[in-house]
Design a binder for this molecule. Structure first.
Ligand code: GLN
Length: 197
């Protein structure tokens, strides 16, 4: 099997946990902070963290436009939590100055599941992930308010999509990188392999 080169956007957030999960899923992993590092990667993971900060740093590091161009050109990308927000075409309640990379035809609501102390875990059936439910870790998580025709909900919690796929783009409200269960990352690495074939 080929070893795809997957970058992790390393401006802010739980970068290290994604490194571990992607390595376990069979990818060669590298940090992306500069446009040259993005150009070197076959695919990108946008980690959990704080989407407003991530957005501002991406603009400051000259990465926002290159990110949009790569995603538009078909680079596979996966975003968890804040990363999901970054991949949404629209945020319902953006903070001032907050922009997204976009790519997935969906509207997300930030912090929809409540505050930090209302974080929770719940088992989730995720379409495309075999072997029983995934433990969904939700930390000040967004939910998907609505999806366009091209975006498919892979998992739903409390009536809201919490995992969405559109072509080569994948996003989850929850953090599989924090659980030691690498099946969602394996699904993404398979998507990357398919795109490279
Ligand atoms: N609430 C955060 C945001 O708006 C996301 C939280 C997370 O990534 N765990 O960016």
């Amino acid at each position: 099997m080929s070893t795809p080169k997957v970058g992790v956007l390393a401006l802010q957030g739980d970068v290290r946990e994604h490194f571990a999960a992607l390595s376990a899923a069979g990818a060669e992993v590298s940090a992306v902070r500069r446009p040259e590092e993005l150009a070197d990667a076959d695919a990108l993971v946008l980690p959990g963290g704080e989407s407003t900060t991530m957005s501002k740093l991406a603009i400051a590091f000259g990465l926002m436009e290159p990110l949009r161009e790569r995603v538009h050109a078909g680079m596979p990308a996966y975003g968890s939590c804040a990363g999901m927000i970054m991949l949404a075409d629209k945020i319902l309640d953006p903070r001032s100055g907050q922009e997204t990379v976009g790519g997935i035809d969906m509207i997300v609501r930030r912090n929809a599941f409540g505050r930090q102390n209302e974080s929770f875990e719940a088992p989730l059936e995720v379409r495309g992930v075999e072997g029983g439910p995934v433990e969904g870790v939700f930390i000040r998580a967004p939910w998907v308010e609505s999806t366009g025709a091209r975006a498919e909900a892979l998992a739903v919690y409390d009536g809201h999509p919490v995992a969405v796929r559109q072509g080569r783009l994948l996003a989850t409200s929850f953090h599989p990188e924090l659980t030691g269960d690498h099946r969602v990352h394996a699904l993404f690495v398979d998507m990357v392999r398919d795109a490279l074939d």
